[in-house]
Design a protein around this ligand. Structure first.
Ligand code: PMV
Length: 349
């Protein structure tokens, strides 16, 4: 695996590509979670987060400038995007236009291989790909840090998908432009750590509450939120140490406690936000049973009922079989660490 190259996104081309630009980005799964914003408009996270970018389920996005057209056109998986999805993408294009000092509208074509809005990080791969393709199409030259800041404006988790392997996204400090500058992602170098992540898909449908609304409610009403945010600082320190030791058990234990803590903050929100379903709990039980049987396997969950299980590659098939047995309708796919966002050029397009 080309570990050295995986953490840096491909450099932007010097000139705008004829016919627009196409970028590919992969989802990432946070081992230390981001939950809660300091500033909703600027999308500034309250807490640091750390993730692994995956090698599966990429998003491919093409942005073409359409000077003769009055409105942006947005196609999502071959269909015109509508409502909030369209609005988030056009608002994001507006940001890129401001950076570029240009006003031409654009046609965006985005294709996900992951179900959209199911807590499977489609917004992470989606906005990382859109940031890279959009910046290239409008001729905005951004270094990886600036690109991660831009991607963050679409979805904070997207800042991490700019990088391959493991990446940390820094929480924001201050207000306004200071906060914007302070929050970006960067790679975490752990060249020798290459675990498997088994994704237990118990429900691929869209989530019942958007992560945006759920975060707001949690920060505003959950008495547990502050305690979780504080304990997350220690989790991140411990996680960095476990990663650098290549200690799967350590990484897994910290990731699991951090994710369960995040869901506890949501359960204590008023009214409660509950993404975990009976099927989620059945998968969590099966992970505990695996550990009791001597298989190091650890769970993490995002804003949805699906479970991601961290384990050694040698155990991935057994873990996948176990979670499928635990929930009849559950499917399982196995990922490993994957590459950062990149532009697709020439024949590959
Ligand atoms: O960036 P968003 O709005 O998709 O929120 C992501 C939140 C979690 O997936 C739950 C945690 C994370 O850090 O990815």
């Amino acid at each position: 695996m080309p570990i050295d190259r995986e953490t840096e996104p491909a450099a932007l081309p010097e000139s705008v590509l004829d016919g627009g630009a196409t970028a590919v980005a992969h989802p990432n799964i946070a081992l230390i979670k981001y939950w809660g914003k300091l500033d909703e408009r600027l999308v500034i996270p309250c807490v640091d987060s750390l993730s692994m970018t995956l090698d599966i389920l990429p998003t491919t996005t093409t942005v073409r400038l359409t000077p003769a057209v009055r409105d942006d056109t947005v196609t999502l998986d071959g269909k015109p995007a509508t409502g909030e999805q369209r609005q988030r993408i056009t608002a994001f294009l507006e940001l890129i236009r401001e950076m570029a000092g240009r006003s031409e509208r654009a046609a965006v074509d985005t294709r996900n291989t992951v179900p959209t809005g199911a807590g499977l990080a489609s917004s992470a791969s989606g906005f990382a790909a859109l940031a890279l393709a959009g910046a290239a199409a409008y001729g905005v030259g951004l270094d990886p840090t600036a690109l991660s800041r831009l991607a963050r404006r679409g979805s904070a988790s997207a800042s991490r998908s700019v990088f391959g392997g493991f990446a940390v996204c820094h929480a924001g400090r201050g207000i306004g432009a200071t906060a914007d500058l302070s929050s970006y992602a960067e790679p975490v170098s752990v060249p020798d750590f290459d675990p498997a992540l088994v994704i237990a898909l118990v429900n691929a449908g869209p989530k019942t509450v958007s992560s945006r609304a759920a975060m707001r409610r949690t920060v505003e009403t959950s008495p547990l939120y502050k305690a979780w945010a504080i304990s997350g600082k220690a989790d991140l320190t411990d996680m960095r140490a476990a990663l650098s030791r290549g200690d799967l058990e350590g990484v897994g234990e910290i990731a699991e406690r951090n994710a369960l803590g995040m869901h506890a903050t949501m359960l204590a929100a008023r009214p409660a936000v509950r993404y975990l379903s009976p099927a989620t709990l059945a998968v969590l039980d099966s992970v505990l049973q695996l550990r009791a049987d001597g298989v190091p396997a650890y769970a993490t969950m995002d804003a949805g009922p699906n479970v991601k299980v961290l384990c050694h590659h040698a155990d991935a098939a057994r873990v996948a079989d176990t979670v499928r047995d635990a929930v009849p309708a559950c499917s399982a796919i196995t990922a490993r660490r994957g590459p950062g966002a990149r532009l697709v050029t020439g024949a590959e397009r």
